[in-house]
Design a protein around this ligand. Structure first.
Ligand SMILES: Cc1cc2nc3c(=O)[nH]c(=O)nc-3n(C[C@H](O)[C@H](O)[C@H](O)COP(=O)(O)OP(=O)(O)OC[C@H]3O[C@@H](n4cnc5c(N)ncnc54)[C@H](O)[C@@H]3O)c2cc1C
Length: 431
């Protein structure tokens, strides 16, 4: 059993950022275990033409340490692409390039181990016993601290769980089953987030010429754009995070219930692309078989009675409280994500009434015992820290806070004033 200062569970962008920021910190001995065989960022949605939804400065390290070797710009430099990028002049880089950059970092850091699933994290004499399933068998290690970066998993509506497969699947698996979708006669997309929008745009582009019928329904009020104004984006800051964390839990849930469009919704570009595809498809031609509507909730999926159709979907219009049915062949669930389970047995962590872990402002998971915790969470704290939790732009800040605690000193400066807006009573107005 090897002893580490810290063990990281999961190597999505957030824990990979932690591994990168820890790499120059010689007195913190770290290892990271990732279940997947190699780094691959949302491979099911690596659609051509898709980009990061945030500027490239939200890479793994730059907002914590712009001099880091592991920055996106240095990756381009090491790959001889910096001049090309200079003339490319885009802040939102191709999603595929962010994926390639992160894989370069993951494959360059000796602390990253792939093909290794952590199955248990158990209290062990003031530290933690970590059990890992690796290609070479089960390993056990000890660590003073553990950082969970297990990310999210597809959220599948209850009505669809029993029929999942190649004709009913989540957007996370789109590229796996894309061929079946674009060559079908009728496809239905559920949801109005960015992933759903990207799938609809791809289906229109690839399928309309062949007469593909596309249904697109969402239970949200409509197909609305994600907030992207500069004053709105100030919610994705350390200030707003600490303001939000300081509120009572009920107040936090109320506020977040009204903030969907701050972190969900369609990008303006994708909304425009879809509309333009429809406009182009109707020049001097009848309307294509594309039906889309908001306020419609999927309430049932059953085999279709119509010959040649695979599924009958039953929808409830929320405002009208009326149900209707549509028949289709393939269903793509753009129904978002939910936190992945933390491999910690019940009873170790303090959880709120909804079963969500309690997370302190400095990202420590609160223990049910009330003892000081050396467990940290990445992107599992939407309910305590607000809309910035899944945002790449706040990854480096969160990792700076975590690294400084692991090292027991300030390795990366953490500023509590990063933008202009005040949250709560402005300082200038305080007595
Ligand atoms: C298609 C898509 C595009 C996005 N684009 C952006 C964007 O442009 N900008 C932005 O700010 N946000 C974006 N997001 C939101 C968010 O940044 C990403 O979801 C991001 O991947 C979250 O990173 P993560 O490290 O929390 O987790 P994930 O990327 O979900 O990675 C978690 C990793 O943990 C591993 N794991 C889980 N459990 C275990 C275990 N027990 N043992 C070992 N390994 C385990 C999983 O295999 C996984 O690889 C996007 C989300 C999606 C779905």
């Amino acid at each position: 059993m090897t002893e580490y200062d810290v063990i990281g569970v999961g190597l999505g962008p957030f824990n990979l950022g932690l591994a990168a920021l820890l790499s120059p910190v010689d007195d913190v001995d770290a290892v990271f275990f990732e279940a997947a065989p190699r780094f691959a960022w949302h491979p099911g949605l690596m659609l051509p033409g898709t980009t990061l939804q945030v500027p490239f400065l939200a890479d793994l390290v730059t907002l914590a340490d712009p001099t880091s070797r592991w920055s996106f710009l240095n990756y381009l430099h090491e790959r001889g692409r910096l001049y090309r990028f200079y003339f490319y002049e885009r802040f939102h880089v191709p999603r595929a390039e962010f994926d390639a950059y992160a894989r370069w970092v993951a494959e360059s850091l000796p602390s990253c181990r792939f093909g290794s699933r952590v199955t248990a994290v158990e209290p062990d004499g003031g530290g933690w016993r970590v059990v890992v399933e690796t290609p070479g068998g089960v390993e056990e290690h000890r660590a003073r601290s553990v950082v969970f970066g297990v990310g999210t998993r597809p959220a599948v509506p209850a009505v669809a769980r029993s029929v999942l497969g190649e004709s009913v699947f989540h957007t996370e698996d789109y590229l796996t089953y894309r061929e079946k979708a674009v060559t079908a006669s009728a496809v239905t997309v559920v949801g109005s987030g960015q992933s759903a929008g990207e799938v609809v745009a791809d289906l229109l582009e690839a399928g309309l010429p062949g007469g593909l019928t596309v249904d697109w329904f969402t239970r949200s009020r409509g197909f609305l754009p994600m907030e992207y104004s500069k004053l709105g984006l100030e919610h994705f800051t350390p200030e707003y995070t600490s303001y939000f964390h300081g509120l009572p839990a009920v107040r936090r849930d109320e506020i977040r219930a009204g903030q969907d469009l701050l972190y969900k919704g369609l990008s303006a570009e994708t909304s425009e692309r879809i509309y333009d595809l429809l406009y182009a498809a109707t020049v001097d031609r009848a309307d294509p078989p594309v039906v889309y509507a908001g306020g419609c909730e999927l309430v049932a999926i059953s085999p279709s009675p119509v010959p040649g159709r695979r599924w009958r979907l039953t929808w409830r219009h929320r405002d009208l409280d009326r149900t209707f049915t549509r028949d289709t062949d393939v269903v793509v669930l753009g129904t978002g994500h939910e936190p992945s389970p933390l491999p910690v047995r019940d009873g170790v962590l303090a959880r709120d009434a909804l079963g969500r872990p309690e997370v302190s402002l400095d990202y420590r998971l609160t223990l049910a015992s009330g003892a000081p915790s050396t467990l940290f969470a990445q992107n599992a704290e939407l309910h305590t820290h607000g809309v910035g939790a899944p945002d790449l732009g706040l990854g480096a800040h969160r990792n700076s806070v975590i690294v400084n605690q692991l090292a027991g000193r300030e390795v990366y400066p953490v500023r509590d004033r990063t933008v202009y807006q005040s949250f709560g009573v402005p300082e200038e107005a305080r007595p």
